[in-house]
Ligand binder design. Structure first.
Ligand SMILES: *Cc1c(COP(=O)(O)O)cnc(C)c1O
Length: 465
């Protein structure tokens, strides 16, 4: 017996009803969840029943139980961390990805999803103006995209000096010098840790968190000539949104024979916009790039993108030759050679759908719109008594202090308790800050005004005595 549609119909219908009810509620509901994980564990947990439950009832139990514990991350009033919403075409495409259930590792085996991803990859390279012959892999997020790119880098820089890391490992290998800006994202360190490369040597950053090019040059001069070097740059600082001086820093690094990797989880998208691409000037000169589709591009979780200019480098790190695979010998390479996973969902398909639905103009309008909203929020907040915007709002991030740390924390707590918008706290340059990331495609003027009102209300909290 094979699958029959009737086995699925009721459950899928229930899922559609619940999904639509959720989407209906997102515009109005408070952003913050109304129940804690511990409370919800009591709803979902307990002993596993011995007998079966019908699929449609499972879906009702799931959706009903989850409802109070959902954070309205797709809301236009959600500004936490760096988290995008979901474009309609991307969400619907993601449903199809699950229904199709293609294990997208081999072009020969899953030609449709492989082709969709290749088309999306070509569009991405064109939009971001990166080398058209680069390999593009669809990973879970920028963490794994950083990992993938840095694995390619490790392989390439060691290979150049005759060390085959794939066969010989790192024990006894020449040291790989990894250099990064003081304000790199923590996932760079995480990825380097996975790769056995240890913590990076740090280069000082300026007041916006940008690596200081002359300091990078000084650090590089201290490395033995001919030693394998990887330099990690950043397009988009999570606090300030600032971009490293990519052109200068890359040129300096290349003079020393370094591999240059750019973490552009959300910032790489500036390159798609004529109004913003000066921020990412020179980015195409790098050797690899990590970005997320689940942030700025607004596809559903999860999707990160690993782009490597030299396909041979990433395939040396990620490829494999199991005898039972039917590999692509002559074409553009198999999907599994470009990411850590051998088996995976076709997570590039929602990327294709997002890009196809937006078109080039739509992508530009999306990115420009996020930045415009960030600027409006920053300008509005700057008017609030006692509020101080700490960063240059050139991109999507805003950091605010309300006088001293205690007061900033009090405002942040009050804002989160209020629950109508979500902005969270952080520490930047030794100060408590309220952090705002504008990443949702659906944020509109009324969301921005509501959010400003919420910050105003929270800002009225009396200074703790
Ligand atoms: C979000 C982010 C990451 C990590 O990405 P995930 O998608 O969470 O894995 C890395 N770098 C920067 C700059 C980020 O903003």
């Amino acid at each position: 017996m094979t699958v029959r549609r009737a086995d699925y119909t009721k459950a899928l219908d229930r899922a559609t009803v619940h999904a639509q009810a959720w989407l209906d509620s997102v515009g109005e509901r408070p952003v913050k969840p109304q129940a804690t994980a511990d409370q919800l564990l009591r709803v979902f947990g307990g002993p596993l029943p011995d007998g079966p439950t019908t699929p449609d009832h499972v879906i009702d139990l799931l959706a009903g139980g989850a409802e109070p514990g959902l954070m309205a991350m797709p809301s236009g009033r959600f500004f936490g961390w760096v988290i995008g919403g979901t474009l309609p075409a991307a969400l619907a495409a993601d449903w199809l990805v699950s229904a199709w259930d293609q294990n997208t590792g081999l072009r020969f085996a899953t030609p449709a999803t492989a082709a969709v991803e290749e088309a999306a990859a070509a569009w991405l390279l064109e939009l971001l103006d990166l080398p058209r012959s680069a390999d593009v892999g669809f990973a879970t997020g920028a963490t794994m995209a950083n990992f993938t790119c840095l694995a390619a880098a490790r392989s390439a820089v060691l290979n150049r000096i005759g060390w085959d890391v794939r066969n010989l490992g790192l024990s006894g290998a020449p040291r790989v010098h990894v250099i990064a800006g003081a304000e790199r994202h923590e996932t760079i360190d995480l990825a380097l840790g996975y790769l056995g490369l240890g913590a990076p040597q740090l280069v000082a950053a300026d007041d916006q968190g940008r690596i200081i090019a002359s300091e990078l040059a000084r650090t590089l001069r201290g490395v033995d000539a001919g030693a394998p070097i990887i330099v990690c740059l950043q397009a988009g600082n999570v606090h300030s949104g600032a971009f490293d001086p990519l052109r200068t820093a890359t040129e300096i690094a290349h003079e020393h024979g370094a591999w240059v990797h750019v973490d552009g989880a959300f910032g790489l998208w500036a390159a798609a916009s004529p109004a913003l691409r000066h921020l990412a000037d020179g980015v195409a000169l790098a050797d690899s790039w990590a970005t997320d589709a689940h942030k700025t591009l607004n596809v559903p979780y999860d999707c990160g993108i690993a782009i490597v200019a030299d396909p041979a480098a990433v395939r040396a790190a990620m490829g494999t030759h199991a005898s039972y695979l039917i590999v692509d010998e002559t074409g553009p390479g198999d999907p599994f050679e470009k990411v850590p996973e051998l088996s995976r969902r076709a997570r590039g398909v929602p990327v294709w759908a997002a890009l196809r639905s937006l078109g080039r103009d739509g992508v530009v309008a999306l990115v420009d719109g996020l930045v415009a909203n960030a600027r409006t929020l920053a300008a509005g907040i700057a008017q609030i008594d006692g509020a101080e915007v700490l960063n240059d709002v050139d991109y999507t991030q805003v950091c605010v202090a309300f006088g001293d740390d205690e007061r900033t924390r009090a405002v942040t707590e009050r804002l989160i308790a209020d629950g109508l918008v979500w902005m969270s706290g952080s520490k930047w340059h030794d100060r408590d800050v309220l952090r705002i990331s504008v990443s949702n495609w659906s944020t509109d003027d009324s969301d921005v005004q509501w959010s400003l009102d919420a910050v105003r209300r929270a800002g009225l909290v009396p200074a703790p005595s």
